[in-house]
Write a protein that binds this ligand. Structure first.
Ligand SMILES: C[S@@+](CC[C@H](N)C(=O)[O-])C[C@H]1O[C@@H](n2cnc3c(N)ncnc32)[C@H](O)[C@@H]1O
Length: 398
C-alpha cells in the first residue's frame, strides 16, 4: 500500500511523526521523497493514522490511483464516474507546462460540457491548490482534487483523501479564550505532532508545564485522557478556560468519538514535585517547559542562564521517574538560544542517562535531513526570525 503526504514547513518533524505512528501501531512503512514537501510512504495496509485529522505535520494525504500516459483522459474518466454537479481541481508536481492546472482544467471542463456534465474547477495560484481553497469549496464531496506526481519517468495520478482543517487549527491557535503571548504558547500543530511522538495509542498524557493547555487540548482531541499542571495559578485558570471552551468547539475532524468527551484533570503543582499529586497511571509526558528569557543578556550571562534552566529540567525529569513506567516516553521542548556567537544549548544532553532516561533518535536520523536537526541530532522547530529555537527531545525512561 502506498500513501502520499504533503508536509508543511517542518518536513523532518512531519515525517518523524508518521514513522513514529507506524511504529506505535505495528505497521511497517518505508519512505521516499518525491519533492521537498511531498513524501511517499510504502508498506502495510490499514495505516488509519494516515489522515490529516490525526497528524499535525501533514497538509494533505493523497491516494495514489494509477500510473498514466494520458493525464487528461485519466482525470476525465474519473470525473465522468461521479454523479451530479462536478467541482474539481488539479495540483501538479511536474515541470511540464502541458500538465499545468491552468492548461488542463479548462480543457477538461470543455470535454465534460460536451458530455452534458456541468462542472467547475478551482485553479491554484501557482501549481498546487491550497488547503483553504479546498475546504471552502465542495471539491471533496464532488469531483475531487487530482495530483499529477512524477515518479522516475512515469506520471502517477493521485486523488486527495484528506486536507488539514486550516480553520479549526487557526481557531484553536488564535480564538481560544485564554492566550499568553508573553510566556509563549505552542502552535497547536506542533503540540499535535509532539503527542504523536509519544509512542502510545491510548492512555493518559501529562503536561507538567501546561501554560494555556495547548498540549492537553490536542491530546484530548486524539482521545487521550490528560493531566495538565503548572506552578502558576494564572496558567491553571487559563487551561481551565481553554479546556471548557474546547468542549464547545470540538471540530468535526476530531479523532475522539464525540460521546467519549474530553477528560483533562487540571492541577496546580511545581513540575519538580508533581509526583506527589499523581494519583493515576501516566503513560507519557509531553511538555514545553519554561524556556527561559535570554533577551538582553550578555553571552556569558546567557550561559549562566542556560545552566539555571538545565537545573530546572534535571530536577523535574528526576521527579517524573517516580511515577513513569520503564519504557514510557517524555517528549519535551528544550530551547536553543540564537546569539551572535552561535547557538547556545541548554547543558542537559549529557545528564540524560544519569537522570534515568535514554534519548531516542528521531526516526528520520538516517534520512539525510541533518540540516533540519539540532546540533545534538534532535528534531528542531523554529523560524529564521525567532531568537529561541525549539529542540524537541524524545526520551525513554530506563
Ligand atoms: C512556555 S510555557 C508553556 C506554554 C504551553 N506549552 C502553552 O502552549 O501554553 C511554560 C510554563 O511553565 C510554567 N512553569 C515555570 N516553572 C515551573 C515549574 N517549576 N513548575 C511548573 N510549571 C512551571 C510557567 O508558569 C509556564 O506556564
Amino acid at each position: 500500500m502506498k500513501y502520499i503526504v504533503q508536509v508543511g514547513r517542518e518536513p523532518a518533524l512531519a515525517v518523524s511523526e508518521i514513522l513514529t505512528l507506524a511504529n506505535t501501531y505495528n505497521k511497517q512503512l518505508s519512505m521516499s521523497w518525491i519533492h521537498d514537501s511531498l513524501v511517499c510512504f510504502e508498506g502495510d495496509d490499514g495505516c488509519d493514522f494516515m489522515t490529516t485529522d490525526r497528524l499535525g505535520g501533514a497538509l494533505k494525504v493523497i491516494e495514489p490511483l494509477e500510473y498514466v500516459d494520458d493525464v487528461k483522459a485519466a482525470i476525465l474518466e474519473y470525473l465522468l464516474q461521479t454523479d451530479g454537479k462536478i467541482t474539481f481541481g488539479i495540483s501538479s508536481w511536474v515541470d511540464d507546462d502541458a500538465l499545468a492546472p491552468q492548461h488542463l482544467s479548462p480543457a477538461i471542463k470543455t470535454v465534460l460540457r460536451d458530455h452534458d456534465r456541468s462542472a467547475r474547477f478551482l485553479l491554484p495560484k501557482k501549481k498546487q491548490l491550497d488547503a483553504a481553497a479546498i475546504i471552502h469549496s465542495d471539491i471533496l464531496k464532488s469531483g475531487g482534487e487530482f495530483h499529477i506526481i512524477p515518479e522516475g519517468n512515469r506520471v502517477l495520478l493521485g486523488r486527495l483523501t484528506s486536507v488539514h482543517d486550516i480553520d479549526a487549527w487557526s481557531k484553536r491557535d488564535f480564538e481560544k479564550p485564554a492566550r499568553d503571548a508573553k510566556r509563549g504558547m505552542l502552535p497547536p500543530k506542533l503540540a499535535r505532532t509532539m503527542v504523536n511522538l509519544s509512542g502510545i495509542s491510548s492512555g493518559t498524557i501529562l503536561d507538567p508545564f501546561c501554560g494555556t493547555g495547548t498540549i492537553s487540548m490536542e491530546a484530548a482531541l486524539l482521545g487521550f485522557s490528560g493531566i495538565a499542571s503548572d506552578a502558576d495559578p494564572e496558567a491553571i485558570e487559563a487551561t481551565k478556560k481553554n479546556i471548557d471552551w474546547l468542549k464547545t468547539v470540538i471540530p468535526a475532524t476530531a479523532v475522539i468519538p464525540a460521546k467519549a468527551g474530553i477528560h483533562i484533570n487540571i492541577l496546580q503543582s511545581d513540575a519538580r514535585d508533581v509526583a506527589r499529586r499523581i494519583k493515576k497511571d501516566v503513560h507519557a509526558i509531553v511538555t514545553e517547559p519554561f524556556l527561559g528569557n535570554p533577551k538582553k543578556l550578555t553571552h556569558e550571562q546567557r550561559e549562566e542562564h542556560a545552566q539555571g534552566i538545565a537545573d530546572l529540567y534535571s530536577d523535574a525529569l528526576k521527579n517524573w521517574t517516580k511515577f513513569l513506567e520503564n519504557g514510557s516516553r517524555v517528549v519535551m521542548v528544550i530551547p536553543l538560544y540564537k546569539t551572535k556567537k552561535g547557538l547556545v544549548a541548554i547543558p542537559i544532553h549529557d545528564k540524560i542517562s544519569k537522570l534515568g532516561y535514554e534519548v531516542i533518535d528521531p526516526p528520520i536520523k538516517t534520512l539525510s535531513l541533518d540540516d533540519q536537526l539540532s546540533p545534538a541530532g534532535n528534531l528542531l522547530y523554529g523560524r529564521d526570525d525567532q531568537r529561541v529555537l525549539r529542540e524537541i527531545i524524545i526520551l525513554k525512561k530506563t
